[in-house]
Design a protein around this ligand. Structure first.
Ligand code: B12
Length: 211
């Protein structure tokens, strides 16, 4: 017989979110350690979903659905988790560059990275370089992620990265970029790392932090 952790994991992968809260509560009532539910069920399911995306047996939207289902379960688990139970793989600062109001792709990235154990700090949209500088000083992130969806804001991204480098505050920070006008080649020309989508962003971020 399948145990409840396995069932939760499968529901996540299959995009069946309607019973996830009930199942999470059931697992807690059975006395299962909340941390075990988080790692052996939810994170295991998300890892599997990511692998299936790579194998092309799940689409990006399926994986994002899994991340949304995971969030529902985490809401139930959160009050039961102890400090330190939530795995934090690294701290990521993310925002859409100055002039850019697109945030759907950025928010997908947040959802994916958060559900895979990264601490995400969202700076929002249309973020001027000086504001990013303040955020970096305040939060000392491991990775800075910038999103641009327009040709003009691709230029704004280049200017922002140069500004931050000239200020000397990005020496210990990896910079990752993404968005429609970006390519691997353009990212490399800015001295940044690239991911074409939110699912792959998790793998790139893990690689950058040697996870
Ligand atoms: C939705 C949308 C809007 C919405 C935005 C709503 C919102 N809250 O985001 C609204 C209506 C506001 C809008 C406005 C405009 N838009 Co618009 N918009 C789009 C549209 C249709 C979809 C973008 C989207 O959300 N896609 C879905 C998400 C999931 O995909 P994504 O954004 O690409 O993100 C994925 C990856 O790119 C990557 N990614 C994204 N960011 C990052 C960051 C990092 C660090 C990483 C690793 C990965 C990553 O991961 C994401 C998930 O997998 C695109 C066309 C298109 N098909 O792309 C045009 C598009 C981007 N817009 C365009 C334009 C021109 C505009 C406007 C100038 C229109 C106008 N005249 O007012 C304004 C500009 C506003 C501004 N200053 O930002 C053009 C840009 C052309 C260009 N090359 O410059 C496009 C390409 C449409 C077109 N073909 O003309 N837009």
């Amino acid at each position: 017989m399948k145990d409840i952790l396995e069932i939760i994991s499968e529901k996540l992968i299959n995009g069946e979110g309607n019973e996830i809260e009930k199942l999470t509560e059931e697992a807690l009532n059975m006395g299962i350690d909340p941390k075990e539910i988080l790692t052996d069920s939810l994170l295991k399911g998300m890892t599997k979903a990511g692998e299936m995306f790579k194998e092309k047996t799940l689409t990006m939207y399926d994986v994002l659905e899994a991340a949304k289902i995971m969030e529902k379960s985490i809401k139930i688990l959160k009050p039961h988790l102890k400090d330190g139970d939530m795995i934090k793989k690294g701290k990521i600062l993310i925002g859409s560059v100055h002039g850019d109001f697109h945030d759907i792709g950025k928010n997908f990235c947040i959802l994916m990275l958060e559900s895979n154990g990264f601490e995400m700090i969202d700076m929002g949209v249309d973020v001027p370089q000086e504001k990013i500088e303040d955020y970096i000083k305040k939060y000392s992130p491991d990775i800075l992620m910038l999103s641009a969806m327009l040709s003009p804001t691709l230029e704004s991204m280049k200017i922002t990265i140069k500004y931050l480098r000239d200020k000397g505050i990005t020496e210990n920070i990896k910079i990752m970029v993404g968005g429609a006008p970006l390519t691997e080649e353009i990212a490399v020309s800015m001295g940044a790392y690239y991911s074409a989508d939110a699912v792959n962003a998790v793998y790139v971020a893990e690689k950058l932090l040697n996870i």
